[in-house]
Every structure is written in structure tokens, then in C-alpha cells.
Design a protein around this ligand. Structure first.
Ligand SMILES: Cc1ncc(COP(=O)(O)O)c(C=O)c1O
Length: 371
């Protein structure tokens, strides 16, 4: 039986569909299509549910990162250290504010930013480091800040790309509340997904939050503009959908964790030795993706495609090797862990709608490939 990589339908049963339609009807009725009351309600709920300080709802996760960077004062002439093994938007956001992304290597197992590599990349021009809670696993923030400050002799702000880590609480606390500001994505496939594009920024600093709110609306209010900002507003129909989904999130997170535990048992039983390395669990991991490292990954993916089992490669080309960053002169061999991971990673179906028999099918197909 086919196993889809992702299927959005787990989000809404018939009852849920009716509830969302009711919330959307309320938006049609009040007519506040821009900045309606759902936005403030969502911001307050997200902040209190996730322990995030202040939340600024916006158009998507990429724009949330841009808001965080701009509010933190990052701009032309600045360098921001980012991992090269992440979704494009992490570095894209840095380039969009006119700063230079400086690519660092990652831990070869977790894929999280490697502190020693960051320290080696910090220069006098570094104004921030953006770490990524990759695949939903909390990345260290405090220890990173300490190491960078110790080596550079000054504090360097840490920003968090928490696009994949909504609701994750690691050993240090809630992802998105650890650095000076963070960006989250509510892209439909994310753990907390909207019915289209949406995202939010978070910070515990009231001045930064004010600036983000202003930047979200062209850097001003009442036709008086303090600076040039953007139109990064979230639509109330997305906020209404997210408010519907929020109470269900704990159950969805639990289902992802159970799925990950089940895969781990299945892989242990399959005895695939070093051919498949399942992802390690970690406190607060919300398994936005379940990413294995596999020998002959491309052959395995072709085999799974043939068996109609969905899988995906996150991410096939590290960012220092992307054509749009060619002027930064990244070359093969610069960041060995990023490059090695790009050739080995394979994400398996992990969304809350995946059944245990589907997971058994996935692992059986993988075992058959290597036998
Ligand atoms: C790590 C990471 N950063 C940023 C983003 C950007 O989020 P959005 O697609 O909502 O713009 C994503 C979304 O895929 C992501 O995975």
C-alpha cells in the first residue's frame, strides 16, 4: 500500500472542518480582513502557551527571520554566522537584510550548528549568529553564546531559526525564547500549520517586539514612518485556522514522538548495522522531520519511490554551495559535515496521520533494499 510522505488531512476531521468554517465565517462577518481580532488573540495565546515573551504574527517564517534580524539592527556591512545545512531561508533572510551570511559547519550526527566552527567564523563584522533548531531538535543557545563571547571578547547576539521547532522545550527552555529573537514558520506541513503561508517572530525584549510590529507594517503608523519596513502582516483567516489547531498541537506532537519511538524500535529490530542510522532522540525534540542517515541514500530513495513510499531529502545541497551565494566563494570540502549529511540524509513519513502498520511497511522496504 502506498505510504504518502505527507498528508494534510490529519489536521481536520469532519467536526474540525465545521469548526474552522465557523471561525472563518466569523472573519467574514466582522470584516476585519487585515488586523482582525484573531491576530491579537493568536499572539497572546502563542506567547503564553509556548513561554515566548512577545509574539509578532506575520506573513511566513522567512519574513519572521527578516523581522528578527532587522529588529536586532542587522544590516549592510554586517556578517551573520549561520549553518550551511538548513533550509535556504535561514541564510536567505540574512541576505535580504543586506548582511552577509557566513557559513559554519554542523555536528555530523545531529546536524545542529557546530560551536567550534562558529567560533572560527566570527570576525569583527559579526553582529549575530543564527542557530537552527533543525528538524525540531533544540539546538544549544546558552553554551553557544558563551563560547562565542569567550573567544571574541564581546557578546554576540544569538538569533533562533525556530521554524521547525514550534512548541519544543529543551533542556535550556522553550525554543524561540533562548536567544534575543526567533522566527517560527506555520507553513502547512509544519507541526503547527496554517491553511497557507503564515509565521511569527518572538522575543522577550519589549523594544525589539515594538520594532518588529512597526517593521511588519512599513516601519510606521498613521502615515508616519520611522524606517522603511515591509508588508509582513498575517491574515486573520490564517490566525483563525491556527487558533483552531493550537489545542490539538499537544496531541500532534505526541503522535510524532510516538512515531519516532516506534521507528527507532523497528530499526533496532531490523539490524541494519551501520547502513541506516536513525536520528537520536533528545529532550524537547518535536520531530518535525524524522531524518535517517543512509548508505547509498539515492539508491534507497529510488527503491522507496518504486514501492510508493514517500521520502524526502532535506537538504541535498548545502548553502555554501548554492549558486546564489557563489560570490561568497564557498567550495566543496569547506564544510565536511554539511556536505556529508547532504549526501546521506533521508526524511521518512512522520506526520501524525502515519499509522504503525505504515511505519512497519517503511522499515520493511528499507530492510529489503539492504538485504
Ligand atoms: C529551517 C527553516 N527556516 C525557515 C523556514 C521558512 O519558513 P516559511 O516557509 O514559513 O517562510 C523554513 C520553512 O520551511 C525552515 O524549515
Amino acid at each position: 500500500m502506498p505510504v504518502p510522505f505527507f498528508d494534510i488531512h490529519y489536521r481536520l476531521d469532519q467536526e474540525g472542518r465545521a469548526e474552522v468554517l465557523e471561525k472563518w465565517a466569523a472573519v467574514l462577518d466582522h470584516g476585519g480582513f487585515i488586523g482582525g481580532p484573531e491576530i491579537a488573540e493568536l499572539e497572546e495565546t502563542l506567547a503564553s502557551e509556548f513561554g515566548l515573551g512577545e509574539v509578532v504574527a506575520c506573513s511566513n517564517g522567512s519574513d519572521a527571520l527578516v523581522l528578527s534580524l532587522r529588529a536586532a539592527g542587522v544590516g549592510p556591512g554586517d556578517e551573520v554566522v549561520v549553518p550551511a545545512f538548513t533550509f535556504f531561508a535561514t541564510a536567505g533572510a540574512v541576505a535580504r537584510v543586506g548582511a552577509v551570511p557566513v557559513f559554519a559547519d554542523v555536528d555530523s550526527e545531529s546536524g545542529l550548528l557546530d560551536t567550534a566552527s562558529v567560533v572560527a567564523k566570527v570576525t569583527d563584522k559579526t553582529t549575530a549568529v543564527m542557530t537552527v533548531h533543525l528538524f525540531g531538535r533544540p539546538a544549544p543557545v546558552g553554551p553557544l553564546a558563551e563560547a562565542v563571547a569567550a573567544s571574541s571578547g564581546r557578546p554576540v547576539p544569538i538569533l533562533e531559526d525556530a521554524a521547525q521547532a514550534v512548541g519544543s522545550v529543551g533542556e535550556e527552555g522553550p525554543c524561540g525564547a533562548l536567544g534575543i529573537a526567533a522566527g517560527f514558520s506555520c507553513f502547512p506541513t509544519k507541526n503547527l500549520g496554517a491553511a497557507g503561508d503564515a509565521g511569527f517572530a518572538a522575543t522577550r525584549d519589549a523594544d525589539l517586539a515594538d520594532r518588529m510590529r512597526s517593521l511588519r507594517h512599513h516601519g510606521g503608523q498613521n502615515y508616519l514612518h520611522r524606517e522603511v519596513g515591509f508588508n509582513f502582516r498575517m491574515d486573520p483567516i490564517q490566525a483563525a485556522f491556527l487558533l483552531h489547531q493550537l489545542p490539538k498541537l499537544a496531541g500532534f506532537q505526541e503522535a510524532r514522538r510516538e512515531g519516532a519511538d516506534h521507528y527507532a524500535c523497528l530499526f533496532a529490530d531490523a539490524g541494519l548495522g551501520g547502513k541506516v542510522i536513525p536520528p537520536a532522540d533528545a529532550p524537547g525534540h518535536v520531530f518535525h522531520q524524522y531524518v535517517i542517515r543512509a548508505e547509498n541514500r539515492d539508491g534507497l530513495k529510488a527503491h522507496l519511490d518504486e514501492a510508493e513510499i514517500g521520502s524526502a531529502i532535506y537538504y541535498p545541497i548545502p548553502l555554501h554551495l548554492q549558486p546564489c551565494f557563489a560570490d561568497l566563494r564557498g567550495a566543496e570540502g569547506d564544510l565536511p559535515a554539511c556536505e556529508k549529511l547532504a549526501g546521506r540524509v533521508l526524511a521518512l513519513p512522520i506526520h501524525p496521520g502515519v499509522t504503525s502498520s505504515q511505519r512497519e511497511e517503511v522499515v520493511a522496504a528499507i530492510a529489503a533494499f539492504y538485504s
